[in-house]
Design a protein around this ligand. Sequence first.
Ligand SMILES: Cc1cc2nc3c(=O)[nH]c(=O)nc-3n(C[C@H](O)[C@H](O)[C@H](O)COP(=O)(O)OP(=O)(O)OC[C@H]3O[C@@H](n4cnc5c(N)ncnc54)[C@H](O)[C@@H]3O)c2cc1C
Length: 663
Amino acid sequence: MEEIRIGVYICHCGFNIAGVVNVEEVAKYAATLPSVVISREYRYMCSDPGQDLIKNDIKKLGLNRVVVASCSPRMHEPTFRKAVADGGLNPYLYEHANIREHCSWVHDDKELATKKAKDLVRAAVKRVYRHEPLVVKEAPLNPNVLVVGGGIAGMQAALDIANGQNKVYLVERDPSIGGHMIQLDRTFPTLDCSECILTPKMSDVGHHPFIELFTYSEVEEVSGSIGNFKIKVRKKARHIDESKCIGCNVCEEKCPWKTDSEFEMGLAKRKAVYIPFAQAIPHLAVVDPNLCAYIKSDGKKCGACIKVCEAQAITPETLLKQTDQIVEFDVGTIIVATGYDQFDPSVIPQYGYGKYDNVLTGLHFERMTCAAGPTGGKILLKDGREPERIALVHCVGSRDQNYHEYCSRVCCMYALKYAHLAKELSKADVYQFYIDMRCFGEGYEEFYKRCSEEGVNFIRGKVAKITDEALSDEEKGKLVVISEDTLLGKLVRVPVDMVILCSALEARSDAENVARIFNLNRRADGFFLERHVKLDPVATPTDGIFIAGCCEGPRDIPDTVAQAEATAAKALSLISKGTITTEAAVSTVDESICHGCGRCEEICAFHAPKVASKNGTLVSSINETLCKGCGACAVVCPTGAISIKHFTQDEILAEVAALTEVS
Ligand SMILES: Cc1cc2nc3c(=O)[nH]c(=O)nc-3n(C[C@H](O)[C@H](O)[C@H](O)COP(=O)(O)OP(=O)(O)OC[C@H]3O[C@@H](n4cnc5c(N)ncnc54)[C@H](O)[C@@H]3O)c2cc1C
């Protein structure tokens, strides 16, 4: 039998580890453990000189197992596996002990932290002793990509990938692509018209030969793994014949049933059959089954749209019989770009949103200032008058311990944009209530200066209350904004006609469900978690799934586009490689004790186990290309026939036994 020769390397990680853990003592201790032939400590093991120590020792001292005790294996296990491989060993003859997150970052007591580090190193040594060499295999990667969400992030990612002649399936929940950006009027700081810069992109997406667009659709199920995901999409019934609708709008004109338009933020009505907005892509009608009298009465009432549709796209069959369709396809990579929700300020009762007609949110103001919007670009109060004074309230739901502690990053800038637009489109005096101005992007500070010079009144302080209770004649019939002015050190009451609440951007209300479908993690603030905030900001812990835009946190359009392009680059680099390396630490079946019960098949999310008859007996076997080594099958196996390479019972029990020894 081969003699086991283990090298142990303890990293200082600067003061990150060495500030709390006595690394010299841990290294000395490791040298006393059985089969350890060399034990070293070094300032930065992940640096080139640190890795060279390992490579040289493998060659000179004949090491055949390596342990590194440093930071999180998520960060550096691949680094050290590669160093071990470069030294000539199988990369799986390596074990990692995390003495940063598990010791120095979580303990103050140096003595106890050092003791724990020794325990972790001893456990790693015991475990690595039992490691076997494993082989990594290559499997083909499906070059097709799924993009979820047709806002600016999803569209940009889809176009970048499709322009390289790769097939993209773009799935958008709403009847049209466009996301929030198509609702915006002008965009800071350049004030270019949002529609004008977005509609060409929407059109490109709609007509791209390599993009298959599913609107009014949602992904219901994702299975498989990187390189080979299986997707199930629910395409909701539009209740029209898409192949015949020419988007002429006559049905909408004649439809008698009205409700608030989602696109116009309730400032205008839409019909039961409608096209969401003038530039919608695809330019097709959709019928709201909860409003359509014909559908609700099972064909007994109305039917106005059927009568006027010359293209015969709306018929009794489309209205009454059309049902949702389930569409299935395979892709190799996925980009999730599901965006954000605007925070609902009605949960802050003292701001009066929902109580006072003229307390609005940012998205309302966007629609109001838009020339094609419900007021034709005029800033109007509910009663049709022009406001004499407008208040802009920053940080509504953001930077507030009661709601969201984070900064929404765009509100200061869009508030400045509104100040400018209010000056341009009305004669109103503008009052901005801010905590402090955050103008961090290109041209942003300059835009702030420009607005300051346009005669906007800036009041530094958090608004306490918005009320219609007047204390003077000047306040009668007005909304009074009550705030501290921290620069003057006094309480101010400013009577105004209209208040715009600059509401936070928050995670989508269904983010938990989307996270479940795509196996994503969420941060405490509800947004999707990136693999590494600095070094891998668009990847997720699930290989092959990337996140772009505001689903990962609030950001402006330039940052959203840059991030979308980054996800496209990630997907394209996988596509150009064409293969994926499969997991080496996969399940194996001991056929002599397998009963072929099939519980492994039922539990596996990746469809790796298959039970079949072998020599007349039912046994399970594992498709190693599909297996992710998650271990679910081993847990449910009633006979213990399934084990996971690299995580065998022997290895785990040795590690646990070592941890319970006294150092
Ligand atoms: C009031 C206001 C004003 C703003 N003004 C500016 C500005 O002037 N300049 C600027 O740079 N930024 C501005 N922003 C920020 C800008 O809106 C965002 O940066 C941008 O819209 C983010 O795009 P996105 O694609 O990530 O998200 P979204 O625009 O939210 O798009 C996400 C898309 O995904 C779809 N979707 C959601 N869930 C699903 C699902 N489960 N399945 C399928 N599809 C789904 C949605 O329907 C939507 O179409 C403003 C924001 C607000 C609130």
